[in-house]
Design a protein around this ligand. Structure first.
Ligand SMILES: [Zn+2]
Length: 136
């Protein structure tokens, strides 16, 4: 699962001071509503992750989503230029093209988190099942 920083997503938006009313603030319903929507989404996501952790204890991994949208899910090349647009991912190294969200989701599923220092964790197959001892 993508490790969303829910605390930050649910943070109340900052309000701008009103220049005509000392100590007052400008109303910003649009930002407040966007913040509320993000909060609702984040809370739903948090509940889903919690429920999965309850149902599949030890099998849920939270993956830092940093750079998953810039990293090619096929060859692993990471570059801001891979992101052709908000929706289109096109790898400048191997030419792989996909929906940007799908490419990022494959990276998250593979546990392909990349640190800011460009260290890549060993790739893990998204089809991997945890190994359990069998009593055969
Ligand atoms: Zn590539």
């Amino acid at each position: 699962m993508e490790d969303l920083r829910i605390g930050q997503l649910t943070k109340r938006p900052e309000r701008k001071p009103d220049p005509h009313r000392p100590g007052g603030f400008l109303p910003n319903r649009r930002r407040a509503k966007a913040g509320l929507n993000r909060g609702i989404l984040a809370a739903g996501w948090g509940l889903l992750v919690q429920r999965l952790e309850d149902k599949a204890a030890g099998r849920v991994e939270k993956v830092n989503p940093a750079y998953t949208s810039q990293t090619c899910s096929i060859c692993g090349h990471r570059a801001p230029g891979n992101r052709e647009s908000q929706a289109v991912f096109r790898c400048v190294a191997c030419g792989h093209q996909a929906n940007a969200d799908v490419n990022a989701a494959v990276n998250v599923a593979a546990g392909r988190a990349v640190s800011a220092r460009r260290e890549t964790l060993a790739p893990v197959s998204p089809k991997r099942e945890p190994q359990h001892a069998t009593s055969a």
